[in-house]
Each structure stands twice: as structure tokens, then as C-alpha cells.
Ligand binder design. Structure first.
Ligand SMILES: Nc1ncnc2c1ncn2[C@@H]1O[C@H](COP(=O)(O)OP(=O)(O)OP(=O)(O)O)[C@@H](O)[C@H]1O
Ligand SMILES: [Mg+2]
Length: 284
């Protein structure tokens, strides 16, 4: 659905690129994620895709049509953009914020009250957004981004700074929209969000994609699966971990046969471990 071909972006007119030769493809109806540390180029890429930053170099093709030849109005009508820092009008109530934005679209929009309810803001609908907490503003921004029932939804760190319950309800909404056919581009530096939500993940560091695959494949390809066996020794629970390569399996079988085994857990590496291994960087 979306083909991104060799895009570059420099904030200043120099060769310090925030995004360097980035190419990827997003399938229709998939959640495609960018995982990377601060300053990696995630928001810059989203800005270019959403048309907020100029496409300086490279090409973006949507449904076979070059983005460059596409009228902005038609494109903006079909996308939703959730910003890293939510843009809310502080003097308007939450409800009026949404009503105002709904008028900017030339297509059917959601009932503002309904989406405020989805994001847990129904009770605060008539309160000025300026007095909302940080998390409430973020949820309002998130609600705004889905007002026009977007076909393509860009979400920049959608759960950052939210408490676990609220983050979960946001993740559920993202999944629900995907089930309804929405194509989603999501950026995060949270490996749990990437693992849980994304069909495919691109690792991005210093403006470059270092790896790209499903979370499962990345773990299978680059991680070392292991099995941890808990066993009793003189009434004390101990743990032993085995790899799965070479003669490790035989060692595991031998160990199980000779010990008073209580639990066996298979462990798969986390996306963060793979990220560190492939990029030499941590997700901060
Ligand atoms: N408005 C700007 N002017 C100049 N440089 C910028 C600007 N915005 C971002 N940059 C630089 O571009 C690079 C990529 O930034 P970007 O915001 O895309 O990263 P990010 O992956 O979204 O990071 P974060 O996780 O902190 O949101 C960084 O080196 C950053 O300092
Ligand atoms: Mg960012």
C-alpha cells in the first residue's frame, strides 16, 4: 500500500541527514512499526510520510500513485496523525477541540463524544483542554487523530507517558482499528509496544534502518532461545539455563533425567536484546 523509496531528510541545508536512504513497504491493513532510540529519525520519517515535512529526496508511492502528484487535501482527508506532543487548543473543551477539527475534513467523521468515550475522556468532555493532565491531552490528541476514520493512521509514541491501564486501552483501540482495515505506521522506543502491536518492525538508528522483519522472525534469526530448569537441591530451589544449539539439547535431557525438576520455562530473547545485538545501541 505504501512504498517508501530511498528517502533522505536534512533539517539544515547540509549533509547531516536525520533520515538517510530509508526504504520500506507497508502492507494494507498492517501495523508497521519503527523502533529506535531518541534522535533515531522516527518522528522525522513520520513527518515526511504524513506530508508535514517536505520530501527532499526519494519517493513515496501510495496505492501505486506517487505522493508528489497527489493533491494534499485528498491525502489529508484519508490520513490520521497522532503527534508526539499533542496539539490541543487549550481554551476549548475536549469536545469542542474535536468538533473544530471534525469541520476541517471533507468526509464523514466520527461522533466526537463517541471517541472521547473510547479514550476515557467522556467525563471530561466539557472541561477546557488547558486544564487536562499530560496524559489526558495525549489521549485527546490520539482521539483527534482518528476523527476522520483514517485509512492510514500515523501514531508517534502513542502510549508514551500513559499509565499501564490507559496504555492498554489505547493499544486495544489500535488493534481494533487494524481489524477494521486501517493501515498503521507507528513509532516507538518501547520494545513491548513494538512486540505487542506491530506485524513488522524496522530497527532505526541514526537515520538508517538496520533490520526489518516480524518481531518473531527477528528473534528467531538473531536471538538465542533458551530453556531454564528449576530444580530442588536439598530443599532449595535452583535454576539452570540451557541453550538450544549443538549438544545443549542432549545436556538438557540428561539434566532433567538426573534432577528433581519443578518447572521448565522456555525463554525467547526480547526485542531489545536483539536491538542491542544488531545496532550496538540501547533503546533510550
Ligand atoms: N526541528 C529540528 N531541527 C533540527 N534538527 C532536528 C529537528 N527535529 C529533529 N532533529 C534532529 O533530527 C534527528 C532525528 O530526530 P527525530 O525527532 O526524528 O528522532 P526520533 O527518533 O523521533 O527521537 P525521539 O525518540 O526522541 O522522539 C535528531 O538528531 C534530532 O536532533
Ligand atoms: Mg520522536
Amino acid at each position: 500500500m505504501i512504498d517508501v523509496k530511498n528517502i533522505y531528510y536534512a533539517y539544515h541545508q547540509d549533509d547531516k541527514y536525520a533520515v538517510k536512504d530509508v526504504s520500506f513497504h507497508i502492507e494494507s491493513g498492517e501495523i508497521f512499526g519503527f523502533l529506535g532510540p531518541s534522535g533515531a529519525g522516527k518522528s522525522t520519517t513520520q513527518g515526511i510520510l504524513a506530508g508535514l515535512l517536505e520530501l527532499q529526496k526519494g519517493e513515496i508511492v501510495i496505492d501505486g500513485q506517487s505522493r508528489k502528484g497527489m493533491p494534499d487535501k485528498a491525502f489529508f482527508n484519508r490520513i490520521g496523525v497522532g503527534f508526539e506532543i499533542p496539539n490541543v487548543y487549550k481554551k476549548l473543551t475536549g469536545l469542542d477541540n474535536l468538533k473544530f477539527h471534525a469541520r476541517l475534513y471533507d468526509r464523514e467523521t466520527e461522533d466526537p463524544m463517541k471517541i472521547l468515550d473510547w479514550v476515557g475522556l467522556a467525563d471530561s468532555a466539557k472541561i477546557k483542554a488547558g486544564s487536562y493532565s499530560k496524559g489526558m491531552k495525549q489521549r485527546l490528541g490520539f482521539a483527534r487523530s482518528m476523527l476522520n476514520k483514517p485509512d492510514i493512521w500515523f501514531l508517534d509514541e502513542p502510549t508514551m507517558g500513559l499509565d499501564p491501564n490507559t496504555a492498554n486501552s489505547i493499544k486495544k483501540l489500535v488493534k481494533r482499528k487494524q481489524a477494521e482495515g486501517t493501515t498503521i505506521f507507528l513509532t516507538t522506543h518501547n520494545m513491548f509496544v513494538a512486540d505487542e502491536l506491530c506485524d513488522r518492525v524496522g530497527f532505526i538508528v541514526d537515520g538508517k534502518i538496520e533490520a526489518l522483519d516480524t518481531p518473531k522472525n527477528l528473534k528467531l534469526k538473531y536471538g538465542q532461545p533458551s530453556v531454564t530448569v528449576e530444580h530442588l537441591v536439598d530443599g532449595v530451589l535452583k535454576a539452570e539455563t540451557f541453550g538450544m544449539a549443538g549438544d545443549d539439547k542432549a545436556k538438557l535431557q540428561d539434566f532433567i533425567g538426573k534432577h528433581d525438576v519443578k518447572t521448565i520455562h522456555s525463554g525467547e530473547p526480547s526485542l531489545e536484546e536483539i536491538f542491542v545485538k544488531l545496532t550496538g545501541r540501547v533503546l533510550e
